[in-house]
Ligand binder design. Structure first.
Ligand code: GDP
Ligand code: IMO
Ligand code: MG
Length: 427
């Protein structure tokens, strides 16, 4: 019953989509367990490039059943347009399963997300504006709308009424906006119901039966460890648990079933939105990483903030996720630097700190302590095995592995499926 979790070890955009797609050919189910269409996963297959937001990256592998678990928040309009976009490109999406317990991102959740950010002004989180936070807030406040509610009109009406009760007060009296009409929301949501119905399933039962039948199940995280609502750089985080434990709650599979937890780790660091980022660069090196790495958001088109590799964060990701392996991505982007700085510790108010400080104030004051590693200039994009890499690239990978606390089992040397060096097999 091999169950693998694949998740972001940094602030998202580590290359999870590519890694999931790569494994997609050998797994039976790929499951999203948290987040929603705030994710932007780029998958390159041959000369085709796909940008997925809500759908699991396994949707591009014909033998694989893609699953949207109970922990995900689903914007039905995005779901349907993503599906039809793929269908137009000849991708069969008929196997998709969606948990009836997944929560729906309603139009008013999107409005509240945008209005709240505007209200926060310079204290804003820099959200993707997709309604993620407000939808999870409704879930926790027990006024959320679930996928299954689309199939009971009177319940849906009551629930939307309850949800809008307080929100309309806020919108009109605090934010100076127009109230949102219950009937209009209900009508819009009911308009999606029939198209979504064929996909709705008891995904918890399906997945647990699959594991009992020795099927291979891959849980694909959105976002990353440092964006986790509990373990990330709160409040500059997303509103769900991308960390490994989230796979259990977000898919209804017990922790005893998980065999392997793979952290996707970029060979440098990026972040989108606000919040602390100790190794962030504001010079031409940062600009070069952004340009060579194509570091522009798939979802919002925002430039990503770029910086050197941070081993303190990688160690933290190993710990909070119980990582068994790393998949190191975008090593090719570092080609051409004479020396590559790697952050091995922080200096906080004159003290050297080896582990991520639990105090947010300390983290905001953390200054990177760098070790310089020798670079390489040879093109590595055609490397097929570890020994094909130049000696200095090998040494860079080995140094990162030692600092990060888990074996690096695969290395990305380009965006394509085949531009990967596999060291240890994952399945
Ligand atoms: P995700 O959100 O974690 O799935 O990552 P994104 O898709 O947002 O960003 C990763 C970007 O890097 C995408 O454009 C990928 O096509 C690309 N990518 C993934 N792995 C590699 C790699 O090893 N080398 C290079 N050059 N690009 C990669
Ligand atoms: P993938 O799956 C990078 C960031 C946003 C913002 C914060 C909260 O592609 O790695 P939200 O809309 O979730 O409430 O925004 O989280 N964020 C991401 N950053 N990659 C992502 O997804 C992200 N999803 C959300 O920029 O700072
Ligand atoms: Mg992304």
């Amino acid at each position: 019953m091999p169950a693998l979790v694949l998740l972001g070890a940094q602030w998202g955009d580590e290359g999870k989509g590519k890694a999931t797609d790569l494994l997609g050919g050998s797994v039976d189910y790929v499951v999203r367990y948290q987040g929603g269409n705030n994710a932007g996963h780029t998958v390159v297959v041959g000369d085709q490039k796909y940008a997925l937001h809500l759908l699991p990256s396994g949707i591009l592998s014909p033998g694989c059943t893609p699953v949207i678990g109970n922990g995900v928040v689903v914007d039905p309009s995005v779901l349907l347009s993503e599906l039809s976009g793929l269908n137009e490109r000849g991708v069969d999406t008929s196997k998709l399963l969606i948990s009836g317990n997944a929560h729906i991102i309603t139009p008013y959740n999107v409005t509240v997300d945008k209005v709240t950010e505007r209200f926060l002004g310079k204290r804003k989180i820099g959200t993707t504006g997709r309604g993620i936070g407000p939808t999870y807030a409704d879930k926790i406040n027990r006024v959320g709308i679930r996928v299954q509610d689309l199939y009971d009109e009177s319940i849906l009406q009551q629930k939307v009424e309850a949800a809008l009760d307080v929100k309309n007060q806020l919108l009109t009296k605090l934010y100076n906006r127009r109230a949102i009409a219950v009937d209009q929301v209900v009508e819009e949501l009911l308009g999606y119901a029939e198209q979504i119905k064929p996909f709705v399933a008891d995904t918890v039962l399906v997945l647990n039966q699959a594991l009992e039948d020795d099927k291979v199940v891959l849980f694909e995280g959105g976002q990353g460890t440092l964006l986790d609502i509990d373990h990330g750089t709160y409040p500059f985080v997303t509103s769900s648990n991308p960390t490994a434990g989230g796979a259990c709650t977000g898919a209804g599979v017990g922790p005893t079933k998980i065999n392997r937890v793979i952290g996707i780790l970029k060979a440098y660091t990026t972040r989108v939105g606000s919040g602390p980022f100790p190794t962030e660069l504001f010079d031409e090196d940062g600009e070069a990483l952004r340009r060579i790495g194509g570091e522009r958001g798939v979802t919002t088109g925002r430039d990503r903030r770029c910086g050197w590799f941070d081993a303190v964060i990688a160690r933290y990701a190993t710990r909070v996720n119980g990582l068994t392996d790393f998949f190191l991505t975008k090593l090719d982007v570092l080609t051409g630097w004479e020396q590559i700085p790697v952050c091995v510790a922080y200096e906080i108010d004159g003290r050297r700190v080896e582990e991520l400080p639990y105090s947010q104030t300390d983290f905001h004051h953390a200054k990177p302590v760098y070790e310089m590693l020798p670079g390489w200039s040879e093109d590595i994009s055609k490397a097929k095995s570890f020994s094909d890499l130049p000696k200095n690239a090998q040494a860079y990978v080995k140094a990162l592995e030692e600092m990060s606390g888990a074996p690096i089992s695969a290395i990305g040397v380009g965006p394509g499926r085949d531009e990967t060096i596999e060291i240890n097999s994952f399945i």
